[in-house]
Write a protein that binds this ligand. Structure first.
Ligand SMILES: Cc1cc2nc3c(=O)[nH]c(=O)nc-3n(C[C@H](O)[C@H](O)[C@H](O)COP(=O)(O)OP(=O)(O)OC[C@H]3O[C@@H](n4cnc5c(N)ncnc54)[C@H](O)[C@@H]3O)c2cc1C
Ligand SMILES: NC(=O)c1ccc[n+]([C@@H]2O[C@H](COP(=O)([O-])OP(=O)(O)OC[C@H]3O[C@@H](n4cnc5c(N)ncnc54)[C@H](OP(=O)(O)O)[C@@H]3O)[C@@H](O)[C@H]2O)c1
Length: 355
């Protein structure tokens, strides 16, 4: 998941992101300066936001358009989003802990508990340190158990609220000064309380500027020539390939494997793929449209012979999305079809961005 950044409290972390000075420079003057960082994020405005799933879907996956300078980014890279906890969750904590002032445990800065809860603590799960302190299981409902704590102890032992990463789902060549994201929102229930995913729900609901900074991944960039590409991206793993296809040449050969729950409701950007039919083959795996689950790796196996022919002609494979199951299953399928993935990796022809 996105919680891979090491925690470093910075001067800006201490400030309320909503009080950051708005970026004064125009977007175009920023094009040459990739200076944005966690300490100095770009405050991006949300230009548009819509749910891609059709009525009746069990998913809520958003297409989000941010106002954004290029920041040295290319399809295959991600941005880091600095999220806030939702007000209702902050209020629920405040009503249990009290509206007091606390000292930030790392910076020693005094701040209201409300500010700390909004910007500095992860509120949708219990930190291992809090669970240990309370001698309880980490799977317990945080709102039930924090009533045992004084506010400063909570602040000392809370999990820091870290940035989350999102793949670029567009190319700056096609959409200058704009960045598109594909974001799957979710919530889950712990002992009767519903908790949101923090960054996904922040992106889906906020009306304030979104603090972002670049998170490049040069190993996952789209090749600058017409090498055939095999792109495997179920779910939000699809995001970078929309950006890739906005950069691929008219004579390039491209093959996309996409998987989601149902064709009728979850076929993201279907019209855009259709418009690219002269250079793009799309093979889909809608897992829940039939009794037996069908996943992208099943489709890879079905097309083994043609895939071997593409790979024999030098095709590169790009895989994006779930690391826990999908990436391993896809690797196993490619190994069966063509041989060890490590050989393709060594040759710089197997690229994975999985999370
Ligand atoms: C390089 C990279 C690129 C990425 N690109 C994208 C992208 O393009 N689109 C996208 O949507 N995501 C992407 N992600 C994932 C993204 O960074 C976030 O991890 C994801 O959106 C969840 O963030 P969140 O803050 O909403 O959830 P969080 O608040 O971080 O919650 C997630 C956590 O909730 C807990 N949890 C979840 N379900 C349950 C449950 N049922 N019961 C108990 N606990 C539960 C787990 O601890 C889980 O780790 C990417 C990640 C990386 C590393
Ligand atoms: N590492 C992680 O923890 C991680 C990574 C990605 C997404 N997620 C979470 O999952 C939720 C939705 O994510 P998403 O929208 O990107 O979709 P997703 O859950 O990745 O699902 C996309 C498609 O992949 C299928 N799938 C499930 N297991 C698979 C496997 N082993 N191999 C290949 N395909 C498989 C799903 O089928 P079925 O659902 O029908 O089985 C669905 O059709 C979010 O809550 C997100 O945070 C977590």
């Amino acid at each position: 998941m996105g919680n891979t950044t090491t925690e470093k409290q910075t001067k800006h972390d201490k400030e309320n992101p909503v009080n950051f000075h708005p970026n004064k420079a125009s977007v175009s003057s920023l094009l040459t300066k990739p200076q944005f960082s966690r300490k100095n994020p770009f405050l991006s405005k949300i230009k548009a936001r819509r749910i891609l799933n059709k009525d009746g879907s069990i998913k809520k996956t958003w297409h989000i358009v941010l106002d954004c300078p290029q920041m040295g980014l290319h399809p295959g890279d991600s941005i880091a989003v600095i999220p806030q906890n939702p007000k209702e969750l902050v209020d629920a904590y405040l009503s249990r802990l009290g509206p007091v002032t606390i000292v930030h445990p790392k910076t020693q800065e005094e701040m209201s508990l409300e500010h700390f809860l909004t910007h500095h603590a992860c509120l949708n799960s219990l930190s291992p340190r809090l669970a240990k302190h309370l001698a309880i299981d980490k799977a317990r409902d945080p709102l039930t158990v924090i009533t045992e704590l004084d506010p400063q102890t909570f602040a000392n032992l809370a999990q820091p609220l870290l940035p989350r990463y999102y793949s670029l789902a567009s190319s700056f060549k096609r959409y200058p000064n704009e960045l598109h994201l594909l974001v799957a929102t979710f919530s889950y229930n712990i002992e009767g309380h519903t908790y949101p995913g923090i960054a996904t729900n922040f992106l889906a609901t906020t009306t304030e500027p979104v603090p972002i900074y670049p998170h490049p991944n040069p190993k996952f960039h789209v090749p600058q020539n017409d090498i055939p590409l095999i792109m495997i991206g179920p779910g939000t793993g699809l995001a970078p390939f929309r950006g890739f296809m906005q950069e691929r040449g008219p004579h390039s050969e491209n093959w996309l494997f996409f998987g989601e729950c149902h064709r009728a409701t979850d076929f993201y950007y279907e019209n855009e793929w259709e418009a690219l039919h002269d250079r793009l083959t799309v093979t889909t795996a809608f897992s829940r449209d039939q009794r037996e689950k069908i996943y992208v790796q099943d489709r890879l196996r079905e097309h083994a012979e043609e895939l071997r022919s593409w790979l024999n002609r030098g095709a590169h494979i790009y895989v994006c999305g779930d690391a826990k199951h999908m990436a391993k299953d896809v690797e196993a399928a490619i190994t069966e079809i063509y041989g060890p993935v490590r050989d393709l990796r060594k040759a710089g022809r197997y690229h994975a961005d999985v999370y």
